[in-house]
Design a protein around this ligand. Structure first.
Ligand SMILES: Cc1cc2nc3c(=O)[nH]c(=O)nc-3n(C[C@H](O)[C@H](O)[C@H](O)COP(=O)(O)OP(=O)(O)OC[C@H]3O[C@@H](n4cnc5c(N)ncnc54)[C@H](O)[C@@H]3O)c2cc1C
Length: 393
C-alpha cells in the first residue's frame, strides 16, 4: 500500500492543503512557487465544492466598502499579474460591471457604492437610463439608472483551480477525506485520512463547508445556498453583453443594508460562450444543492423585468452551490489561535473566486514565515476566540 507519509528529504517545508477548491489551489500554487513541497487532499475531486458551482465575477464593484473592497482590488491585481506571467492568460478576462437601480432608494445605493469605489481610486461612470439602453440592448423601462465600473474581470472557478494546480505541480489526492487533525506536543503535525496519517510541517484547512468540523468553527460558519440558471446562446461570437448587470439589491445584500422596498439580489452575467448565467438566490442555512421551481421562476421573473429580451432564450440547466459565510461577514484567514502548524482559509461567501489569489498568497507567506505582501490581519481567526478542536487525534 502507498504510504501516505510525506517524504522530508528535500529540505523544503512540507505542507498539506486540505481542499482542492479555488482557495486551496491558490494556496498550493503560491506555496509551491515559493519552494514548498505541497500535497492537496480532497474528499472528492478538484472544484467539486463551491468553486465549481458558482459564477466567476472578479469584481471590486460589488464589494462591501472597507477590507473586502480593498482585498478584492489587491486580488484583481494578482489576477492581472497571473495573466501577464502566462498562468491564467486564457482564463481571466477584463470586463466592466454594470450596476443598475429600479427605485430612487436603489439609485442612492448605487451612488454611495460609486463614491466608496472612487475613494479607493476605482474608475466609475454614472449612466442615465438612456445611456444604459445604448450599452445594454433589450433593457427594460423599469431600470432608472446605473453605473459602469470599467476595470473588473471574470474567471470561471473550476478553470482557475485546474490551471493553478497544474502549474503548482502539487499532487492532488482525490477521494481522500481528512477525518481529523493530528496534534503532538501542542502543535498540528499532520492529518488522519482513511488511508492512514499524513505528516507535514504545516496544515492549511481550505475545505469550504468541511472546514467547520475540522477546526472548531461549527457555530461561526454559515452556509448560504445560491441557485443559478444557464440559458442557451444569445450570441455565437462571444459574450452577448459587454459586462454583467448587477442589481442594487445585490449591493445592498453585500453592504448588509435593508431596503424599504423588497429588492432582488440579481446578477445577469453574459458568459464568453454567448450564454447567460442568471442568479442567484441567497438561502441562509441551506447546504443542499437542489434547485426548485419557486426560486428559479422568481429569479427568471426578476431577470425578465430587467431585460425583457431574455424571453427569447431557452433555459438549458439550473444548478446550485453553497457559499460559506461567517458571523461577521468577513473571511477567516490566518494562523489557528492556539495550535501552531495549523492555518485556516475559508468563509469567503460569494467572493471566493475574486479573493482566492490574495488569500492564497497571504497564507503562503504566513506558512513559510515570509514578510506579508498584503495585510490580512483583519481576517485573523483569533477574533472568534480560541477555537478549540472538537476531536483532534
Ligand atoms: C451561486 C454562487 C455564485 C458565486 N459567484 C461568485 C462570483 O461571481 N465571484 C466570486 O468571487 N465568488 C463567487 N461565489 C463564491 C465562490 O464560489 C466561493 O467563495 C469559493 O468557491 C470558495 O472556495 P473554497 O476553495 O473556499 O471552497 P470550495 O470550492 O467549496 O472547496 C472546498 C473543497 O474542500 C473539500 N473538502 C471539504 N471537506 C474536506 C475534508 N474533510 N477533507 C478533504 N477535503 C475536504 C471539498 O470537497 C471541496 O473540494 C459564488 C458562490 C456560489 C455558491
Amino acid at each position: 500500500m502507498l504510504t501516505p507519509e510525506i517524504s522530508r528529504s528535500h529540505g523544503a517545508r512540507h505542507v498539506i492543503v486540505i481542499g482542492a477548491g479555488i482557495v486551496g489551489a491558490a494556496t498550493a500554487f503560491f506555496l509551491s512557487r515559493a519552494g514548498a513541497h505541497v500535497t492537496v487532499l480532497d474528499t472528492s475531486t478538484p472544484a467539486a465544492g463551491a468553486s465549481g458551482a458558482s459564477d466567476g465575477a472578479v469584481s471590486v464593484a460589488s464589494k462591501r466598502p472597507g477590507p473586502m473592497m480593498e482585498l478584492a482590488c489587491a486580488s484583481r491585481a494578482i489576477y492581472r499579474q497571473l495573466v501577464q506571467h502566462g498562468v491564467l492568460t486564457d482564463i481571466y478576462h477584463a470586463r466592466p460591471t454594470y450596476l443598475f437601480a429600479r427605485t430612487d432608494e436603489e439609485v442612492a445605493v448605487i451612488a454611495q457604492q460609486g463614491a466608496d469605489l472612487m475613494e479607493l481610486g476605482e474608475r466609475v461612470l454614472p449612466l442615465t437610463h438612456a445611456q444604459l439602453m445604448q450599452r445594454v440592448p433589450g433593457l427594460g423601462r423599469h431600470v432608472l439608472a446605473g453605473m459602469k465600473v470599467p476595470d473588473d474581470g471574470h474567471a470561471l472557478g473550476y478553470r482557475v483551480v485546474d490551471r493553478l494546480l497544474q502549474v503548482a505541480n502539487a499532487p492532488v489526492r482525490r477521494f481522500t477525506p481528512v477525518q481529523r487533525l493530528v496534534v503532538s506536543g501542542g502543535r498540528v503535525v499532520g492529518v488522519l485520512t482513511p488511508d492512514g496519517p499524513w505528516v507535514a510541517d504545516a496544515v492549511v484547512v481550505a475545505a469550504g463547508l468541511g472546514t467547520a468540523a475540522l477546526v472548531g468553527l461549527d457555530n461561526i460558519l454559515i452556509p448560504r445556498k445560491g441557485q443559478l440558471i444557464v440559458t442557451d446562446r444569445a450570441s455565437l461570437s462571444g459574450a452577448a453583453l459587454p459586462g454583467p448587470l448587477m442589481s442594487a439589491g445585490y449591493l445592498a445584500a453585500k453592504r448588509r443594508m435593508v431596503l424599504s422596498q423588497s429588492s432582488a439580489s440579481l446578477v445577469i452575467d453574459p458568459l464568453v460562450t454567448g450564454q447567460f448565467l442568471i442568479g442567484s438566490s441567497r438561502e441562509t442555512g441551506f447546504a443542499d444543492r437542489q434547485t426548485d421551481i419557486h426560486t428559479v421562476s422568481t429569479l427568471l421573473r426578476e431577470a425578465l423585468a430587467v431585460v425583457p429580451a431574455l424571453a427569447q432564450r431557452r433555459v438549458i440547466r439550473t444548478f446550485a452551490g453553497i457559499r460559506i459565510g461567517t458571523q461577521d461577514g468577513l473571511p477567516i484567514v490566518g494562523r489557528h489561535p492556539t495550535l501552531p502548524g495549523l492555518f485556516i482559509a475559508t468563509g469567503m461567501e460569494g467572493d471566493g473566486i475574486c479573493l482566492a489569489p490574495v488569500v492564497g498568497s497571504a497564507v503562503a507567506d504566513m506558512v513559510l514565515g515570509l514578510p506579508a505582501k498584503v495585510d490580512v490581519s483583519v481576517l485573523d481567526p483569533a477574533r472568534f476566540g480560541d477555537l478549540p478542536l472538537s476531536d483532534p487525534l
